[in-house]
Design a binder for this molecule. Structure first.
Ligand code: URA
Length: 297
């Protein structure tokens, strides 16, 4: 028999499973040790958490296997019009900034605007809700992303999913993409000419999705969107503006896998973004300019 589990708050009784699930998922995301629930078998604990399972046995995300490729995901065909085919070869940033979402995807999937197209298996355009309140921007596809054509599906992506869940966001309700849509060989850093060729696609993606907030994960996303050379350490912990969009900067999940001490500040940054989604712009009233800040409460 399944027993209900309730917790009280000023607003009355609430089903405790969802907050508990989020708590355990946040523990995993932050690399905390497993929780032992005396008297409960693992299967019972998992059932009580409605399939969440976060933290109950403590499998660390970096030990999990990568998500398998979707079988037979084909490379996109040639663009549907000569104009889109031309844009995929040599389109100017101005012209790319006029495309709708379907045209943008067609151009991206056929893109030859920089040398990275030569070695790619798949263009990783991005995925998620087209009306997402949050756009997550990473650096560039890695090996698993290049294989699958999907962003953030390797180990860093699994950590990203957990971090999003810990602030109450499912992967399928946000939009996830990168500064570069093709994998740099050996995961080397993006080169300035690659960013210049590819970033108009990202900027148009953001404009069309029109999110409430953007999170820039890592140096390249932050520096590209804010037009600055400042380090993540100096940019994180507050809200900036990219155009009309509030933007929060944080560490890249791959960096947190190497340096687990960065998981907690990342989680705090995600909570800033969550507050923006919930209606607190995080920007001081009356302030203007490109890089505005809020003071953390
Ligand atoms: N790292 C990124 O920046 N993006 C991905 O999609 C995967 C890993």
């Amino acid at each position: 028999m399944r027993t209900a589990c309730w917790i009280g708050s000023k607003r009355g009784l609430t089903d405790a499973r969802e907050p508990l699930r989020r708590y355990f998922e946040a523990r995993i995301a932050l690399g905390e040790p497993p929780v032992i629930l005396p008297g409960l078998r693992r299967s019972e604990a998992l059932e009580a958490l409605a399939g969440g399972g976060g933290g109950v046995t403590g499998t660390r995300p970096e030990e999990e296997a990568p998500i398998a490729a979707e079988p037979g995901a084909p490379e996109a065909p040639t663009p549907s019009t000569p104009e889109l085919a031309r844009l995929a070869r040599e389109g100017t940033a101005e012209r790319i900034r006029e495309l709708d979402f379907d045209e943008l995807r067609e151009v991206a999937l056929a893109c030859r605007r920089c040398a990275l197209h030569e070695d790619r298996q798949h263009v990783v355009f991005g995925e998620g809700a087209s009306d997402a309140r949050l756009v997550c921007v990473g650096e560039a596809p890695g090996a698993v992303e290049d294989e699958t054509g999907r962003p953030f599906v390797g180990r860093a992506g699994q950590l990203l999913d957990l971090m999003l869940m810990s602030v109450g966001l499912r992967r399928d309700e946000v939009y996830i993409c990168n500064v570069l849509k093709c994998r740099p060989p050996g995961n080397r850093n993006p080169q300035p000419e690659e960013i210049a060729a590819c970033s108009p696609l990202l900027l148009q993606q953001i404009d069309l999705i029109d999110p409430k907030v953007i999170i820039a994960f890592g140096t390249f996303a932050a520096q590209t969107l804010l037009g600055t050379r400042e380090s993540i350490g100096r940019l994180r912990g507050r809200t900036h503006l990219y155009g009309r969009f509030p933007l929060v900067v944080t560490y890249h999940p791959a960096a947190s896998l190497r340096n687990p001490g960065w998981k907690r500040p990342t989680w705090e940054d995600l909570q800033i973004a969550r507050r923006v989604i919930d209606g607190d712009s995080g920007l001081r009233s009356g302030a203007a300019g490109r890089e505005l800040s809020l003071d953390l409460p």
